[in-house]
Design a protein around this ligand. Structure first.
Ligand code: IPE
Ligand code: IPE
Ligand code: MG
Length: 262
């Protein structure tokens, strides 16, 4: 078994079997996850939605631990969208409190796993106490060389592209670059994900077949994996299944698949 998992997976378990089937040389470099289905998970158990969010936080812990052990380069988690403000005020404030406490309580373990934490989205639009935890977490993990973790908060994909264009235009203005010279690179370099590998796998839990304004630019050639599993149940075994599914895909990027023949 992969040595990094020896202490956490029993040989002979389903997880061990799945792990043995994963080709460690062909892992995705950047995985994005739409963490959906917390509310439904709680509802199925006759509980308030916030219980689902709390269980979802455990899934985040499992994802980070697993990706750090697999040495995956980057992961971007969709935690709160610009549209999520439309939810009842009670749920929004509970989510924000949870987020703050989660960052505060988990950051030591994140740091021990050599993960570099970064919040992406319209961070200025969050309350000062939440921003303060984000700042501390980013500072603490700034020099870590392991998995890069982006948490998308108050994030919208269209807003990100508009933002990137604004930055690009002001750079172009300053350098006297003409509109005809404007390229994809100008946008790319100003996205929150600049400098990270392409998102090669996008996962959505809870069966919804939509992108919900997440990483609209970056998803151009991502493989998309949708599972019916609700996010609070998306733990190591489900992560391994997603990675195995990814490895079955033919990534053609508009070209012709190479069969090894003539
Ligand atoms: C995802 O779960 C968590 C956030 C959007 C913060 P939901 O809260 O959307 O759960 P469902 O979709 O209602 O089941
Ligand atoms: C997407 O889930 C946003 C996050 C996971 C943070 P939603 O539950 O908000 O998306 P819709 O409303 O089903 O499109
Ligand atoms: Mg949802």
């Amino acid at each position: 078994m992969h040595t990094n998992f020896k202490e956490v997976i029993d040989p002979g378990s389903t997880e061990a079997v799945l792990l043995s089937q994963i080709d460690l040389k062909r892992l995705p470099q950047h995985v994005a996850i739409i963490m959906d289905g917390n509310g439904r998970w709680a509802k199925q158990r006759g509980k308030a939605r916030i219980f689902g969010h709390q269980e979802g936080a455990e899934s985040v812990r499992s994802i980070l631990d697993t990706f750090a052990r697999l040495e995956i380069d980057a992961v971007t988690l969709y935690a709160f969208s610009t549209e999520n403000w439309k939810r009842p005020e009670e749920e929004v404030s509970a989510l924000m409190q949870m987020l703050k406490h989660y960052i505060k309580n988990e950051i030591d373990e994140v740091h021990e796993n050599r993960i570099k934490f970064c919040a992406i989205g319209n961070i200025e639009g969050l309350a000062e106490d939440v921003r303060e935890e984000i700042r501390k977490a980013e500072e603490k993990t700034a020099d870590n060389k392991g998995t890069k973790l982006n948490v998308a908060l108050n994030y919208g994909g269209r807003a990100e592209i508009v933002d990137a264009c604004r930055k690009a235009f002001s750079e172009m203005n300053a350098q006297g670059v003409q509109p005809a010279e404007f390229t994809e690179q100008h946008i790319e370099q100003n996205l929150y994900t600049a400098g990270l590998p392409e998102v090669d796998l996008m996962i959505r839990t809870s069966g919804e077949m939509r992108i919900s304004n997440f990483l609209l630019w970056q998803v151009a050639y991502s493989e998309i994996y949708v599972t019916d599993t609700l996010f609070p149940d998306f733990r190591r075994e489900e992560i391994f299944k997603a990675l195995l599914d990814f490895q079955k895909r033919d990534r053609r990027f508009g070209g012709v698949v190479s069969t090894g023949g003539s």
